[in-house]
Design a protein around this ligand. Sequence first.
Ligand SMILES: *Cc1c(COP(=O)(O)O)cnc(C)c1O
Length: 529
Amino acid sequence: MDGAPLYLEPHLEPPLASLLESAAFLHMLVDALGSPVNVVLPDQIARNVERFRTAYRRHNLVGQVFFAHKANRSSALVRRLAATDAGIDVASLAELQHALGAGFTPDRILATGPKSPEFRWLAARSGVTVSADGPGELEELDALVRRHGLPRVRVLLRLSEFETPGAKVLSRQTRFGTSIGSLDQLLDVVERHQETLQPIGVAYHLDTTSLDEKAIAFEGCLLAMDALRKRGFQPRVIDIGGGFGVNYLAHAAQWERFTTELAHAVLGKRPPMTWSGHGYGLRAEGGTLRGALSLYPAHRPVAGAAYLDELLSLPAPALGRPLGTLLLENLYDLHTEPGRSLVDQCGLSLARVLEVRRTDAGVCLVRLAMKASDASLEEHGVLMDPVLLPRSDAHAVTESTARYGGTERAAAARSTEATAGATSAGATSAGATSAAPASPTPVAVHLTGNLCLEADLITRRTVHLPRLPQPGDLLAFVNTAGYCMDFSATHAQQQPVARKVAVHRDGGSWRWCLDEQYWPIIRPGGQQI
Ligand SMILES: *Cc1c(COP(=O)(O)O)cnc(C)c1O
């Protein structure tokens, strides 16, 4: 069992899974547009909005779902979203312009984050709601409105550093929002500027997966609403930010085994599982494991809309009754700002294999036409296997009969079972001979990028693939639409930034267009793109 490949198979839902079965189509995209290429599935974002709406309905709540635009720059995703009833959360001048240009009316836009004067002006001028970080920002908004004769601005007061008396849960340090302890002073500022600012409610956004921390912040907001009402305001919105998460992996057991083996490797109890023995935050000190795993919890049984549902069902730490019930009783609107979870299953990143070689030390290197920042899963701590799309298969069969992603893996899993008991050295060396023919044997490889830089590893972990890739094959990094597609992409070394295409299922085949060409309209022929 020890020698079995340490797979981290991605969780795939039907649209993405069926796209991976169309290897010829994906090869055609990379042939035409170069490597890497990012592919987005606009219709999926609409399905994800519907899942959040279902969670709202389950708790009889109303309010708006604002997509945190920063998770992806795609025009297609934003334009498709504009055709739903969702809103959008913008965090820069360009994101605001993008949202307005995609068809969002100002009442469906929320401006958050650190703001430039120009961003603030356009937000105020167009009538967008502003989530204000603190008294300084409120003063600046007030001055802006007066100086330019702008309409009164609707503001949300972003709060932080919540605590419950007696509770041992410490809220994490954040540079955003006003400490709940300074709420009174903040309300003084709002009171002074009633002519220019209209406080519609309070907000928080915590970058944590902890439900307990969020429940404390949520309750803190309910209490802050009371404070606003005592001052004579009529707030109606609680905005609980984003951070609902994504489940990236298909199998909990693979994730558990990987993290257990990683700890063993760090302790020297098994061969290294990473480049240069990198420990992902773990280290050995005198035979003891220290540090903390700095990885995203890639297998998350409760994520996205289900996480929201769970949070709303949780009892408020001091008030005792479910948070959703307390919202409902007060007739407050619930606003959410999901980023990553709203683009779950909305895209993938494709890279061409350029070279496969084995070092003298026996390490198999697979070099891709892509740099680490093009699929920044590693930077975000998300570990997930790419799906191999062999070139030969793409040519051998027509698109309508192609069946790669799933069966490639299934076949490999079967062959793994057949060779169970083989040592990891045996499994590795079988495929790692340079210029080896395509082998059905699982291999352990390192994925390297196209920069002239030691650190340009697509992932620092040893990746197990169902078979040895060949130059010309594609690796598909799936579910990259949340932060891992374009957030960090650079022109380093003048290597190209990936082009982005929007794809759409039309009967039995896939159609595509450049991301910027996509509009969510049905054309006369009935075809969407
Ligand atoms: C980044 C961010 C979000 C989205 O977070 P996710 O973890 O992607 O859901 C929402 N609100 C604010 C203020 C943010 O900064």
